[in-house]
Design a binder for this molecule. Structure first.
Ligand SMILES: [Zn+2]
Ligand SMILES: [Zn+2]
Length: 391
């Protein structure tokens, strides 16, 4: 393949930023450190800046603006717009529009701007260095964002804001701490380069390395180690199937500082309408994958006893799904009835509350049944892999 000749031209500014800055950091930061040294205060400021940039990208650019996983007070949006610009990953409008395309056309080499199918380097940062057709600006998928004055203000003044956040603020900090060059190098340059690469991991490594418990229809992976580096975005398999959920790591113990920040903002009255995918749908996705894997295994082995158990379990699974859909329809119907009759408002309200509680219980029962089934299936597969069932 003569790909070298057909590659689109380099984008000079991006090449300087994404290739030049890391080289500069790798040379200057240790050089100044060895000759002059850095104070602990500088390192602490650099970590603080790193988190403010990172969380503004994950909580703001990503979960708030790209996916509308919640709504935020204008003060919060302004904060994310400023610190997100400081991450130097383009404006909210460009970023979110690209990202929506990534979800819609994930792994499609012709339409996904950072398709994992084009290799690790391409999805990490190669995609930003050349004028690829997949980078063509098209905001038709971001009309809602164009109505947000903060988004448009940031888009218009992006260069000035990012220069101030990356050079102006570290400069002021350096003046205050009495170490201007140290602040520019550690809080400015090094922090920027580190944040770039950890957030780029979400597009590259999180599509290569990890497990696929929820879906295998795309390359996105769940990876706890990457979640630690990426402010919680490493649970990328979950995120690609349930992109409007404000959480990526849904278990309480899964490292997702972005979800903790959003939940804290809600407690402070600064965020609302946090979207959570119902547990039943999560269990259903997990079970779907389990059945798929179990059936593949059973087919390969032609084991009639196992096939029979799996068929029976699958029947229970479809029954639960049907019951759940029926409950959903019932809930919708009740809701409409209540809207239709305003006369007996008080009585209706009481009844509705009671019915809602009853419905909730039935939903809960179904969720538990799926959880139990998952455990059963897990045990069955583990046992069977150790010692195949004699038919
Ligand atoms: Zn992705
Ligand atoms: Zn996303």
């Amino acid at each position: 393949m003569s790909q070298a000749n057909t590659k689109p031209p380099l984008i000079i500014v991006n090449t300087i930023l994404f290739v030049g800055l890391p080289i500069l950091a790798a040379v200057l930061v240790p050089l100044w450190g060895l000759t002059q040294g850095y104070s602990y205060a500088l390192w602490a400021w650099a970590v603080l800046f790193l988190y403010l940039n990172g969380l503004s990208i994950t909580g703001g650019y990503h979960r708030l603006w790209s996916h509308k996983a919640y709504e935020a007070h204008w003060g919060v949006r302004l904060f994310f717009a400023l610190w997100g610009a400081g991450a130097l990953q383009n404006s909210i409008l460009v970023w979110a529009s690209d990202h929506r395309r990534h979800h819609r056309h994930v792994d499609d080499n012709d339409l996904d701007p950072y398709s994992a199918g084009r290799g690790l380097w391409f999805s990490h940062m190669g995609w930003m260095l050349r004028e690829y057709t997949t980078n063509a600006e098209d905001f038709s998928n971001a009309k809602d964002l164009m109505r947000d004055p903060i988004v448009m203000w940031q888009h218009k003044h992006y260069v000035a804001i990012t220069v101030f956040m990356n050079i102006g603020l570290p400069l002021l900090l350096g003046l205050a701490l009495g170490d201007v060059i140290g602040a520019l190098l550690v809080v400015g340059l090094l922090r920027l380069v580190v944040n770039h690469h950890v957030t780029f991991f979400i597009n590259s490594l999180a599509h290569y390395w990890g497990s696929r418990p929820y879906t295998d229809t795309n390359t996105a992976r769940d990876n706890g180690f990457l979640a630690f580096l990426t402010y919680g975005e490493g649970y990328h398999n979950y995120h690609h199937i349930f992109q409007t959920d404000y959480r990526n790591g849904i278990r309480w113990y899964q490292w997702d500082p972005t979800k903790w920040m959003i939940a804290a903002l809600e407690k402070l009255g600064l965020a609302r309408e946090l979207k959570r995918v119902p547990d039943f749908r999560i269990q259903r996705a997990l079970l779907d994958m389990q059945f798929k894997r179990a059936q593949e295994l059973a087919q390969g082995q032609s084991e009639p006893a196992l096939t029979a158990i799996l068929e029976r379990e699958y029947q229970l699974f479809t029954d639960a799904i049907n019951q759940w859909s029926q409950l959903q329809a019932e809930r919708y119907e009740r809701h409409r009835e209540q809207l239709g009759d305003a006369l007996e408002e008080r009585r209706q309200q009481l009844l509705a509350r009671w019915e809602q509680a009853a419905l909730r219980d039935r939903f809960r029962e179904l969720e538990i049944s799926l959880r139990d089934q998952r455990k059963r299936l897990q045990q069955l597969m583990a046992q069977w892999q150790l010692q195949p069932i004699a038919s």
